[in-house]
Design a protein around this ligand. Structure first.
Ligand SMILES: [Fe+2]
Length: 275
């Protein structure tokens, strides 16, 4: 969320696709199509995914879905199954955005890669989640160092079917557009420990709703284990807790419901919006 947009085509040497010129060219091609549509204010462009890309999608979903059945929030599972998400081929963002819009009023926009925090969170104010369209490298379907279409579609999109989650996200967006540097850091932490790494108590089970957990093979099996400090959601603690972007999360916060998340966060977010 913090890499400047001009660095999108840069892949570090340890990236699984760094030495694959065909993969890099494909990433550049998708980025160019996405950028052109974004600059013209158009809906996410259709991407003609290759057979290999569809195969990567199918492989990842085939492994993630059984884990989700056991570990994901029931709200997430119910929402995901209402969306046009095929297990055979990479879904098109435009179709997903339309389905979301019809259901909750939220939608998705396409973006070439990581964008700065204010731009990313600010889009929530317009009811839009900015999503990448490229897919991870086929050689390591269980790993991606940055958000790809699997992370966006399987991790994030279904949660925007929930009205309290949508209202909460929109408020984060409105606050991000108004926040000074210190408050922006707090908003990024709130985003991190909820939309990316949130847990929810459902009856006797603690389950997952955060996209960074739902789309990561490592995190999904680690986050409910004994090494993680899971504590009840406390807004003040959340916005004052630093996170590590590239390591397994050691501390996570558990909400009781999405309504509780919205209600507990509203005063803080409104104080920034109207401050
Ligand atoms: Fe994400």
């Amino acid at each position: 969320m913090t890499t400047p947009i001009k660095d999108i085509t840069f892949l570090p040497l340890d990236h699984p696709g760094a030495k694959d010129l065909t993969y890099r060219a494909r990433r550049d091609e998708i980025a160019a199509v996405t950028l052109a549509a974004r600059l013209e204010g158009k809906l996410p462009p259709a991407i003609a995914y290759t057979r290999e890309e569809d195969a990567t999608w199918k492989t990842v979903l085939g492994k993630l879905k059984p884990l989700h059945l056991d570990l994901a929030s029931k709200s997430y599972l119910a929402a995901r199954d209402l969306l046009p998400i095929s297990t055979e081929e990479v879904p098109q963002l435009a179709a997903l955005g339309q389905a979301l819009r019809d259901f909750s009023g939220f939608s998705v926009g396409a973006v070439e890669g990581l964008v700065d925090g204010r731009t990313f969170l600010g889009a929530f104010a317009e009811g839009k989640m900015l999503c990448t369209q490229y897919i991870r490298h086929a050689s390591r379907p269980e790993y991606t160092p940055e958000p790809d279409v699997v992370h966006e579609v399987i991790g994030h999109v279904p949660m925007f079917m929930n009205p309290d989650f949508v209202a909460f996200s929109r408020l984060i967006g409105q606050a991000a557009l108004k926040a000074g540097p210190e408050d922006l850091v707090k908003l990024e932490r709130l985003y991190w420990f909820t939309l990316e790494f949130g847990l929810i108590q459902e009856g006797r089970d603690t389950r997952i709703y955060g996209a960074g957990l739902l789309s990561s093979f490592g995190e999904i099996q680690h986050c409910l284990g004994a090494e993680v400090d899971r504590r009840p959601f406390d807004l003040s603690e959340v916005v004052n807790t630093d996170y590590e972007y590239s390591q397994m999360q050691g501390k996570l916060f558990v909400i009781d419901s999405f309504e509780q998340l919205r209600k507990l966060s509203e005063p803080f977010l409104n104080s920034i919006i109207h401050g």
